[in-house]
Design a protein around this ligand. Structure first.
Ligand SMILES: [Zn+2]
Length: 243
């Protein structure tokens, strides 16, 4: 196998490996987003429950106030009936009217408060539904990732084995350059020639460089430094006698 064919194969494997790595990393990121969403929905349910509790306490307090004010009015009416002077009678009547007025304000406030409690109750129901859906969605994604991860792991191991088999074919002089490029840039350490250009940085390749490639020499792009190789349909004419 000539250098061009070997590099083409190695590059393909590296590209597939880096694609697989990306896909393997995507799963946990997706899951993280779903976990955050569930936590957000959960916090919303708790916030609403707390609001509901406060609204109920406010209604209870106003009801107690109303009760005590009603008791007070009954007492005042008894005093009114026993009043001895016109002045006292008038003062008691004014007091009763004022207390009744504030009682009716309290009643309105209590009704409003009860409506608020009902509204929050509905909101809690909705938020709980949203939370259930978010949890279902999360476990669906979790399962999908688990299933996919298994397949990807299998592909990854197979490709790694394929890579190490292909790397055994590297001739001494190419091995060092290849190793250095792959260590520093991974799949980006190599590029196929496309037309008259480096497939990595798209700069034009000189005639000299092209000649070296056609002679199956080790050539780096003069601009981006990638290890270059020719495409299959432009394979070097003469292999160097290796398999
Ligand atoms: Zn280049």
């Amino acid at each position: 196998m000539n250098n061009a064919a070997l590099l083409r194969e190695l590059h393909r494997i590296h590209i597939q490996l880096s694609d697989l790595r990306e896909r393997l990393e995507r799963g946990p990121k997706q899951l993280k987003a779903h976990e955050l969403n569930v936590a957000r929905c959960d916090a919303e349910v708790n916030r609403l429950k707390n609001d509901q509790k406060n609204a109920k306490v406010a209604v209870d307090q106003k009801q107690l106030q109303l009760k005590s004010s009603e008791g007070k009015i009954i007492d005042l009416r008894v005093k009114l009936n026993q009043s001895k002077s016109n002045r006292e009678y008038q003062a008691l009547r004014d007091q009763i009217a004022a207390d009744e007025m504030s009682g009716s304000v309290l009643q309105d406030e209590i009704l409003e408060g009860m409506e608020k409690v009902e509204t929050i109750k509905k909101q809690i129901g909705e938020a709980e539904q949203t939370l259930i859906k978010a949890k279902e969605e999360m476990s669906r994604v979790q399962q999908a990732i688990r299933d996919q991860q298994g397949l990807l792991d299998g592909d990854y191991k197979r490709l790694e084995a394929e890579l190490s088999t292909s790397e055994k074919n590297l001739p001494e002089d190419l091995r060092d350059t290849y190793g250095r490029m792959v260590r520093s840039k991974g799949a980006d350490g190599m590029a196929q020639v496309e037309g008259e250009h480096c497939g990595g940085c798209y700069h034009t390749i000189t005639a000299n460089t092209m000649n070296s490639l056609l002679m199956d020499k080790i050539v780096l792009c003069q601009v981006c430094g990638r290890l270059l190789y020719l495409p299959e349909d432009r394979a070097p004419g003469q292999s160097r006698g290796r398999k």
